[in-house]
Design a protein around this ligand. Structure first.
Ligand code: ZN
Length: 215
């Protein structure tokens, strides 16, 4: 399945994922992105080949004995290494389909205003994974981040100050970045977003709504 994915995950994040060093809250986004992105998948698999050498280079991450084995286990668990089943209709790659128990029609959407909807898949002490459905022409309120945020596009497209993101693309945002993602085109934008901590909204209304939206 080849897409023109232009915003891929950097090696550091893929390696952290492969070794289990990446906080668990990002696992689903990474696994789903890797299903859609030949480039990220190839690099994740290449860590298998480069193996020990690459892990030595990243010694500050304090790998223990089990890390390499864990990395290999994860790679062999990855959708690429397994025999991929025939494509089914729908927009969710297998890892997401598994997490949701189906495709778009199985998502328990809740309205969050302005025609946008979300479905929280995981929320642990502020670290959350959610699906977002944002209608054409709409935007997320301007916000900053307290930790890392990964946003993967599954359908449609959005843009912000840093680029344009389409199916398979991941935007990486952190404390340094403020942005206001805006939907592009006439298709509803469906994204899978994971954050390690609550967002920082700059205007009052979204701040007031924040506790209810758990965002
Ligand atoms: Zn953000």
């Amino acid at each position: 399945m080849t897409h023109d994915v232009t915003h891929t995950l950097p090696d550091e994040l893929l390696l952290a994922y492969g070794t289990g060093a990446l906080p668990e809250v990002f696992d689903l986004v990474v696994a789903t992105h890797v299903s859609l992105c030949d480039d990220s998948r190839a690099r994740l698999e290449s860590f298998d080949a480069v193996g020990g050498a690459l892990l030595e280079d990243t010694a500050p991450m304090a790998m223990d004995e089990g890390s390499l084995a864990a990395c290999m286990a994860r790679i062999s668990d990855s959708p690429a290494a397994a025999q991929r089943p025939a494509r089914r209709p729908g927009i969710f790659p297998e890892p997401l389909r598994k997490a949701v128990g189906g495709d778009l029609d199985k998502v328990a959407w809740r309205p969050i205003g302005m025609g946008a909807r979300q479905a929280i898949l995981q929320d642990t002490r502020g670290a959350s994974v959610r699906l977002l459905s944002i209608p054409p022409g709409a935007a997320m309120p301007d916000h900053g981040h307290r930790g890392l945020e990964l946003t993967l596009v599954l359908q449609g497209a959005f843009e912000d100050e840093f680029g344009t993101y389409r199916r398979g693309d991941v935007e990486i945002a952190d404390e340094e970045i403020d942005h206001m993602p805006r939907v592009l085109g006439d298709e509803t934008c469906i994204c899978l977003a994971a954050t390690s901590d609550r967002l920082r909204f700059h205007s009052l209304l979204p701040r007031l709504a924040q506790p209810f939206l758990r965002i």
